[in-house]
Design a protein around this ligand. Structure first.
Ligand code: FES
Length: 679
């Protein structure tokens, strides 16, 4: 019998198969995940594929619809009852007759659903930990005394190959009723963490159940973001977010740990608060997606170590000081019913592993998304918060650390700082001749020097400067020559411009007069210098470990990273010199990583193995931290050149006076390195 070459896209897996092999069998043999709920009975429609027509010279394949069996019995019946898109085939029915390129569509929607565009448009190949298995049983027989559940398990083994299935206890009392309601036709929900590992029957539905859902959630210390996805099609049905109610116990993470230490019920109160918020979000996404909570069978959560512990009900006190011991660093697999998160009674929860006591599951999830460990180029991934999480690596070696940047980047410690909200200045340009600023405010479309601004400013207000605005204003002040590379506001300019104001021993820059009056003081500049120096010193230590003097790519993650203009991040010397085209905001990379782990269990295995290989560096213990920190106090840096940045931005000439990092308190670096702030 002739063998035919079949290539599956998008995985690129290929193999040779004899004539008349069902396409679904070929996919299975190659390990290509094609959904199938009905086990090839032609009733679920989950196994849809597209045949690509044409000559694929690169693969040596001429693919044609003539190379697959004609549209036949099961497909005709299915197409009559349901909507089978033009050209789509049921892979359980269609057989291989010649060479083929088969596309596994990522949008095989079989039920009418409210479908929301994926949060980041990323196509995630599916291989979920939850599998729906439709089976048909014979009715009980007095001469065969096997129990109903035992007969069900035998049928599942015969049709689906699951041996020695565990069964969730709650099902024991329900199985007989469900079998009879379904007239001996049922859909079993199997949870198999990884292929070949012990699997469990976690839910059972009468008849054909043709949809299952999961949630992916990033628990940030400030905001919580959740996505609801179909586990069978991979589509995101709904996304929602809310602020973390734990904020009322403390703005930053250290203050939340302190709250736990000082209040006997502190841990319980914060665990309860975050779970309540999550329950509210689950209701919201279910409402948007028009599904029931009990339709949710799997969930993935990520968060920094303290969020991770509080969500699981673990006291985070140990994370408040060296050696920052995690109660559990590996992946956590539990039932949702164990942590007061009512979903389907059999729903499972998976938590991505933490990298270290101060580099959490959120950084691990961001690593999974951006994949420094999958590429040859050296990639730096930074999540800028009050405690920056830093991952640097490539396929050969990956290292990680955190750096105590403090809350300055979020607007705290800065006299005119505020959270990103309507009325906050987010973009700023300063004329290098007149020193006059123009700015853009959240909630107001025109720039401050454009028509219509004043009118809208009356309504929205201009109240302060948010994190990205603070980065820009300090960088623009440096580029305009208002501050020196050592961060000193040049008082000599007061004679030239009323914007430079003498405020006693130092000078300030007047950004906006009137009510409120917004100024950038010398103390503000110092706070940013300390924060950015801490971040850069952490990055530099990781570069030392890797033995490199530059990075190929930089990903700025997290809410703050998403809004920073990469150019200004470089001008400030927040991150090392890099080709500007290769410095990118990577959005909520942690949330995307959670979605990847939800929809594909191979990604769970991937990140578990990767986290084990990541070398963790404790910045506070490294002797060179102080030296890197002092150099990084300057703009962009006292010791390190920024030639790639200089190609696109005219940087002020560098001072030759290397001793003039004035204003740095001798112990500042040590204190930064030894103190752990968290966000
Ligand atoms: S596997 Fe159900 S229709 Fe093909």
């Amino acid at each position: 019998m002739t063998d035919h070459l079949v290539l599956f896209m998008p995985s690129g897996k290929r193999g040779r198969f004899p004539t008349d092999t069902p396409v679904l069998d070929a996919a299975r043999q190659l390990g290509v995940h094609v959904e199938s709920v009905c086990g090839g009975r032609g009733i679920c429609g989950r196994c849809q594929v597209d045949v690509q027509e044409g000559v694929f010279a690169k693969h040596g394949i001429t693919s044609s619809n003539a190379h697959i069996s004609p549209f036949g019995g099961n497909e005709v019946r299915y197409a009559e009852k349901r909507d089978l898109k033009e050209g789509r085939r049921l892979s359980c029915s269609a057989k291989i007759l010649g060479d083929l390129v088969i596309d596994i569509p990522q949008d095989a929607v079989v039920n009418a659903q409210v479908v929301r565009k994926d949060s980041d448009g990323r196509v995630i190949e599916r291989n979920p930990a939850i599998q729906l298995c439709y089976v048909e049983l014979e009715e009980p027989d007095m001469h065969k005394p096997l129990g109903d559940l035992d007969r069900l398990l035998l049928e599942i083994e015969a049709d689906w190959g699951y041996k020695s299935l565990q069964v969730d206890t709650y099902l024991l009392g329900q199985v007989q009723k469900i079998l009879r309601t379904g007239d001996w036709k049922v859909t079993a929900v199997i949870h198999e963490p990884f292929q070949g590992e012990p699997a469990t029957l976690v839910a059972l539905y009468p008849g054909l159940k043709n949809e299952a859902y999961g949630i992916a959630c990033d628990i940030g210390s400030t905001t919580i973001a959740m996505h609801l996805s179909s586990l069978l099609s991979g589509r995101t049905l709904a996304s929602s977010g809310t602020s973390n109610p734990q904020i009322r116990f403390g703005e930053d993470l250290m203050s939340r740990v302190s709250y736990v230490m000082m209040n006997p019920d502190g841990r319980e109160a914060m665990t309860k608060a975050v779970r309540e918020a999550l329950n509210g979000l689950i209701d919201k996404v279910c409402q948007q997606g028009e599904i029931e909570r009990t339709d949710i069978l799997d969930a993935v959560f990520v968060g920094n170590p303290i969020m991770h512990h509080l969500f699981l009900g673990i006291d985070p006190t140990e994370l408040g000081g060296a050696p920052f011991a995690l109660a559990v660093s590996g992946a956590v697999n539990i039932k949702s019913s164990e942590i007061d998160l009512p979903l389907n009674p059999g729903a499972r929860i998976y938590m991505i592993p933490c990298i270290a006591g101060h580099v959490g599951a959120d950084a691990a999830a961001a690593t999974l998304t951006e994949g420094p460990h999958r590429q040859d180029e050296m990639m730096l991934l930074v999540d800028v918060g009050t405690n920056a999480e830093i991952v640097l690596g490539n396929a050969t070696r990956t290292v990680a650390a955190s750096s105590p940047t403090g809350p300055a980047f979020e607007g705290a410690e800065i006299s005119c700082g505020q959270r990103a909200a309507p009325g906050a200045i987010e973009r700023i340009r300063i004329d290098p001749v007149t020193f006059e600023p123009r700015y853009r405010v959240i909630g107001i479309e025109p720039w401050s020097d454009e028509p219509g601004f004043e009118e809208q400013a009356q309504k929205v207000g201009v109240n302060g400067v948010c994190g990205s605005g603070i980065i820009e204003i300090i960088a623009e002040m440096y580029l305009a020559g208002i501050i020196t590379e050592d961060g000193v506001i040049n008082g000599d300019l007061a004679a030239q411009s009323p914007r430079i104001i003498n405020t006693g021993r130092t000078f300030s820059y007047l950004l906006k007069d009137g009510e409120p009056r917004l100024m950038v003081s010398q103390t503000d500049v110092r706070a940013i210098q300390l924060a950015k120096a801490a971040l850069y010193a952490g990055v530099k230590l990781l570069m030392d470990k890797q033995g490199i003097d530059h990075v190929d790519r930089i990903g700025l993650a997290g809410a703050f990273g998403s809004f920073i203009d990469p150019k200004y991040a470089l001008v400030l010397g927040l991150v090392p010199d890099c080709d500007l085209a290769h410095v990118k905001a990577v959005g909520n990379a942690a949330g995307t990583g959670a979605r990847m782990a939800l929809l594909n269990r191979d990604h769970r295995r991937e990140i578990e193995l990767t986290v084990k290989r990541i070398e963790k560096i404790e910045t506070a213990l490294e002797s060179k931290f102080q030296e890197h920190f002092v150099n990084a106090m300057a703009f962009p840096n006292k010791a390190d050149p920024f030639p790639r940045l200089a190609e696109v931005v005219t940087l002020p000439p560098r001072s030759m006076d290397t001793d003039k990092a004035d204003g740095i308190e001798p112990g500042a670096a040590r204190r930064r390195g030894g103190r752990r702030n968290r966000s």
